[in-house]
Design a protein around this ligand. Structure first.
Ligand SMILES: CC(=O)SCCNC(=O)CCNC(=O)[C@H](O)C(C)(C)COP(=O)(O)OP(=O)(O)OC[C@H]1O[C@@H](n2cnc3c(N)ncnc32)[C@H](O)[C@@H]1OP(=O)(O)O
Ligand SMILES: O=C([O-])CC(=O)C(=O)O
Length: 455
């Protein structure tokens, strides 16, 4: 910290008591005025803010009297159950990212010709403007690859002659280009960081047009460009599982909010990236990994359930790890009994762990999952129930693929940009109204006091 930053830090520190005092509000006022904190009621029902054809996230069934009952979570993309989609391309030993992108954007499963043409188009768009890596990505590199991607996305806007044209065809073109470019922005951002900040050799591998998105991510990341088909297939499934999750998740809602103001595609995607990196949303995958490392440091015998319970209780008491009171990878704004994506992950995590000789780690994750459900349910007021979410096992999978922690959330972004694109298009086609909720003001009117008369 330099002297100026220190001065700003000490001023900020000194002002916090005043900020706390002036921002304080009686929490019962939320109920008094019928304000739903987090835009959800206490039972977890979200305020309905829009209509969507893109996906369906459900966690309840309703009886004849209209009463709600929690059930296993279900997710469908454009009406197709996520399990059927994944089983479909896995059965045929194909990659699913390109096919699912087509489905989410155009609302239909592509036939063979459409898929081949679309895959080729995405491959041909995997290129950055001349010298972009040197002039943008290599400059002021940092550990936070989500921030590096956000900066790159905004800068790509300045290379686009029709930046502010929000006609559908222009927006779709911009989205397709960004879907293809995201893996390069992330991996090259990581390469720059690892060279300049961690003294590693610098290499920038160009993507190969004949390879799928998942294969290219591994090719660009690995020093020797080598990977196995199984590794690429596993990464591909992980991408498909992260592609879309309704209009209400924080980053997609951000996409729709910023789109509704008429802003350009680059600004919208930058805003979505900023939302996704939060540790309560997509950033949870890094937190899970760090939390598990911290657990291993503090729990002497990781097969001892009592010791694990003690550590997890410390997490909930804000006494361990980042002291936020959260067990990362657990809980969800919608799902109650289960998150279908975590279930799918768990299935192949076990096989991969067996293959890599990491069954002790698998058992530890599995124990933490079970114990955390029990502890959170007892220690927090959760009306809908709690379960492991998509982020609980994803980091474990990525680490088994040798992917560095810094790229966990960027991988989420490489997938979710497809959902964001579909929602941007849907908002432009069907919304056409600026999103603007209301806040109940609690302040009272005050008389202005001249500077020299203030107490
Ligand atoms: C891709 C994704 O975004 S998936 C989510 C990834 N995020 C995480 O894994 C972070 C950990 N989990 C959480 O923070 C939360 O479960 C969220 C943000 C995902 C959902 O939050 P909410 O919708 O508020 O959950 P819910 O209404 O069920 O929470 C009820 C209470 O349980 C607490 N709770 C929920 N999950 C957890 C958790 N994992 N650890 C500790 N407490 C929790 C909430 O903080 C809340 O407490 P409060 O009433 O004192 O505020
Ligand atoms: O739906 C949510 O709130 C969070 C989530 O799981 C996602 O965005 O994938």
């Amino acid at each position: 910290m330099n002297a100026l930053t220190k001065q700003a830090a000490s001023f900020s520190e000194s002002m916090i008591p005043q900020c706390l005092e002036n921002a304080a509000m009686d929490p019962t006022l939320f109920d008094t005025y019928g304000v739903k904190r987090g835009l959800r009621d206490k039972a977890g029902n979200g305020v309905v803010a829009g209509l969507t054809n893109i996906s369906d996230v459900s966690a309840y069934w309703f009886d004849e009297q209209g009463n709600k009952h929690p059930q296993e979570g279900k997710l469908s993309y454009r009406g197709y159950n996520i399990n059927d989609l994944v089983n479909g391309f896995v059965r045929e030993k194909r990659f699913g990212f390109e096919e699912t992108t087509y489905l989410l954007l155009f609302s239909k499963l592509p036939d063979e010709k459409e898929l081949a043409e679309f895959t080729e188009l995405l491959a041909s768009l995997r290129r950055l403007p001349t010298n972009f890596v040197r002039d943008v990505i290599m400059k002021a590199s940092g550990k936070d690859i989500m921030n590096s991607m956000t900066r790159s996305v905004l800068t790509l806007g300045s290379y686009d002659d029709t930046l502010n044209d929000t006609s559908l065809s222009n927006v779709l073109r911009q989205c397709l280009m960004l879907i293809s470019e995201f893996p390069m922005l992330a991996v090259y951002g990581y390469r720059a960081y690892s060279h300049y900040e961690r003294n590693k050799s610098l290499y920038i591998h160009r993507p190969d047009m004949s390879l799928s998105t998942a294969e290219n991510i591994l090719r660009m990341l690995r020093p020797d460009k080598k990977f196995t088909k199984l590794e690429a297939l596993v990464l591909d499934i992980a991408l498909v599982l992260h592609m879309e999750h309704g209009g209400g998740n924080n980053s997609t809602f951000t996409t729709r909010v910023v789109t509704s103001s008429g802003s350009d595609t680059y600004s919208v995607m930058a805003a979505a990236l900023c939302s996704l990196k939060g540790p309560k949303h997509g950033g949870a995958n890094i937190k899970v990994q760090q939390m598990m490392k911290d657990l291993k440091k503090h729990v002497k015998d990781t097969s001892d359930v009592d010791e694990i319970v003690f550590y997890l209780s410390q997490l909930l008491n804000k006494e361990a790890f980042d002291k936020k009171g959260l067990i990362y990878g657990m809980g969800h704004a919608v799902y109650s009994v289960s998150d279908p994506r975590a279930q799918i992950f768990k299935g192949f995590v076990k096989d991969l762990a067996e293959e890599k000789g990491l069954m002790d780690d698998y058992q530890l994750y599995s124990n933490v999952e079970q114990l955390a459900v029990d502890l959170i349910s007892k220690r927090r007021t959760i009306y809908k129930g709690v379960c492991a979410n998509v982020d609980f096992y994803s980091g474990f999978v990525y680490s088994m693929l040798g992917i560095p922690e810094e790229l966990f959330t960027p991988l989420f972004a490489m997938a979710r940009i497809v959902g964001w694109s579909a929602h941007r298009m849907e908002e432009l086609i069907t919304g056409d109204k600026i999103i603007r909720p209301a806040y109940k003001p609690l302040s009272t009117q005050k008389e202005y006091i001249d500077l020299h008369n203030r107490p």
